[in-house]
Design a binder for this molecule. Structure first.
Ligand SMILES: [Zn+2]
Length: 352
């Protein structure tokens, strides 16, 4: 029946959670362009390239080598002032809400900028201020924050990130993440960092097996020994490790980022070859479809659901089930799970 067709309007209306979204990578090119225009108007000597040129809207394909420098040497610089951080964060929240996201966990690596007078603490509190104010303006979408540890951090820097997460736990920080360029860093130095986060009641999510270099059995076993609550990407996972993840499916949720993995050429083949198919059909794992960096890959959460429908044959009821499966591994607690499940029940009653 025509009204049972899965289309973009349906996947946008479907109440969804987004659990793997980097704040900076989620800033749209148009928002970056607005920030660029403001800076250009305020300073004639401002010489950074226009984001519309640096990040063409029709380009979504990036290799993993060019991807990380894009942030390190361009987007972070462009958004280094407090006013830019505020503006960008608010626009990101608006974009997710407009896409039908009803529960959001944003993640960010605390950044400092001495020239702009921004400390890591001020950076995190500013992002949380914007989240607070946005939550007061509307009640449709709940938002929480995850603080990221960068793989390139030395132990002291990583510990500082976790201390900030603990400091701001009562303001909506719900977890700690391990992220950053997977070609760099030694993850085995972070055991006490994640132990401390867990002891404080924070949840743990880890970028996992993104590229072959970060997918040795040794690294993956080390990461699993940190007792993560969720894993992101899970691309290059040997069968025995995959079996272990599935055997721990009650404790470990999976954040799957199809467009990111395809456009950054992290998987061989295309959407139909993505490991989403395996975890959806052959396991009961909690799966969330996530954007990772919607500003770069230009694929919203609702579009990820549309891609799952298109490439794996999911119907309307499957997509609602998939959204429910993601709710199981949110970090925001039982009341938020209940709220999302009620939204989904009301939606199913009306639309299925
Ligand atoms: Zn990520």
């Amino acid at each position: 029946m025509a009204n049972h067709v899965v289309d973009a309007s349906f996947t946008k209306r479907l109440p969804k959670v987004e659990l793997h979204a980097h704040l900076t990578g989620s800033i749209s090119v148009l928002t970056l362009h607005e920030i660029w225009k403001t800076r250009k108007a305020a300073d004639a000597a401002f010489s950074m390239q226009d984001p519309l040129v640096a990040l063409p809207l029709d380009k979504v394909s990036y290799d993993i080598v060019s991807f990380f420098p894009l942030f390190d040497s361009y987007i972070y610089d462009l958004c280094s002032s407090l006013s830019a951080i505020r503006f960008a964060t608010e626009q990101v929240l608006r974009d997710f809400q407009a896409d039908g996201v009803r529960y959001l966990e944003l993640r960010t690596t605390p950044r400092e900028n001495t020239l702009q007078g921004v400390t890591k603490e001020l950076y995190v509190s500013t992002v949380l201020d914007v989240i607070d104010s946005f939550s007061h303006q509307q009640t449709e979408m709940s938002t929480y924050l995850i603080i990221s540890v960068d793989r390139r951090n030395i132990l002291e820097q990583a510990m500082q990130a976790v201390d900030l997460a603990i400091q701001f736990q009562n303001r909506g920080v719900v977890g700690v993440d391990l992220c950053g360029n997977p070609a760099k860093g030694d993850v085995s130095i972070f055991r006490e960092v994640f132990d401390k986060a867990k002891a404080a009641g924070l949840k743990i999510t880890l970028h996992f097996a993104e590229i072959p270099e970060s997918s040795t059995r040794e690294e993956l076993r080390t990461l699993l020994s940190y007792e993560p609550d969720r894993l992101g990407h899970v691309v290059n996972v040997p069968d025995d490790i995959r079996d272990e993840i599935v055997s721990r499916q009650k404790d470990i949720g999976l954040e799957l980022c199809m467009s990111c993995n395809v456009h950054a050429k992290m998987i061989p083949g295309s959407f139909g070859d993505h490991h989403f198919g395996y975890y959806w059909k052959d396991t009961q794992c909690s799966i969330s479809l996530c954007t990772d960096d919607v500003g770069i890959f230009q694929s919203s959460v609702s579009n990820e659901y549309l891609l799952a429908a298109k490439h794996f044959g999911l119907g309307r009821d499957d997509l609602a089930k998939l959204s429910r499966r993601a709710v199981d591994s949110i970090f925001g607690g039982e009341a938020e799970k209940d709220r999302m499940r009620k939204l989904l029940s009301a939606f199913e009653k009306k639309e299925l």
